[in-house]
Design a protein around this ligand. Structure first.
Ligand SMILES: *Cc1c(COP(=O)(O)O)cnc(C)c1O
Length: 224
């Protein structure tokens, strides 16, 4: 009941009703996912391949699984056949592996490129020069089994809302800039994944098309 009520509360505050809610269910038991499913959620986000692999066969087939965390190259093969969207593509090497695994399962795997926007060094993502370098690489332009659907970013973990807003605004302007360029056919600037429990309202005000929300729906997570 709690989860359903939380979902309603979160949805009610949305600044943009067209923004997709990805329910981040990492560390949460299957019962919680089922409750969210019953309440109408079809998009679930996980950040560990093993956990995703465990949950996927136990949930209905119409669930769209989002891989939201840092993804190791050697694990791409396990999720290649069914993953709906990989949010955190943070290197050319990883993208090449996804392309390779996509070819094996005969799919164009949808991904977002993660851009480093936070002050923290610890957060993953391309910086501007790395991204430009990849985009101009012929090997990138020849990719056949990935579909780049947009960008993803994580703001600095801070109480300073102005800073968070500034970072999201910077990501949005990078998104628009890319959109105005001539891009390969498999690259479409349509989705901008930004915003989590603590900053999704600011993210929506700054143009987010999908938010990844965990604790505001499922409650705080317990890590061992
Ligand atoms: C855990 C996680 C989230 C959700 O975080 P909450 O603060 O619980 O909403 C969103 N995005 C990524 C990449 C995450 O790892």
């Amino acid at each position: 009941m709690e989860i359903k009520a939380n979902l309603e509360t979160v949805k009610k505050t949305f600044k943009n009703s067209a923004c997709l809610l990805v329910a981040v269910s990492k560390t949460k038991p299957l019962e919680d996912l089922k409750e969210a499913y019953e309440a109408g959620i079809r998009d679930f986000g996980e950040n560990k391949v093993q956990e995703l692999q465990d949950k996927q066969p136990q949930m209905p087939e119409d669930v769209r699984w989002h891989m939201i965390g840092h993804l190791q190259r050697n694990k791409v093969k396990y999720i290649a056949s069914y993953v709906h969207l990989i949010h955190g593509v943070d290197s050319f090497k990883l993208l090449k592996e996804i392309d390779k695994q996509g070819a094996k399962v005969n799919r164009q795997i949808p991904v977002l490129l993660q851009i480093h926007i936070a002050e923290e060094e610890s957060k993953f993502g391309f910086d501007r020069s790395e991204l430009e370098e990849m985009l101009s690489n012929p090997e990138f332009q020849a990719m056949k089994n990935v579909e780049v659907r947009g960008l993803m970013g994580m703001a600095t973990f801070t109480e300073n809302q102005d800073q968070v807003r500034k970072e999201f605004r910077g990501l949005k302007s990078q998104f628009e800039e890319l959109k105005s360029q001539s891009l390969p056919d498999f690259m479409k600037m349509e989705e901008l994944s930004m915003g989590m429990s603590g900053d999704y309202l600011i993210a929506q005000e700054e143009g987010s098309t999908m938010v990844r929300i965990g604790s505001a729906i499922f409650g705080a997570r317990n890590y061992q």
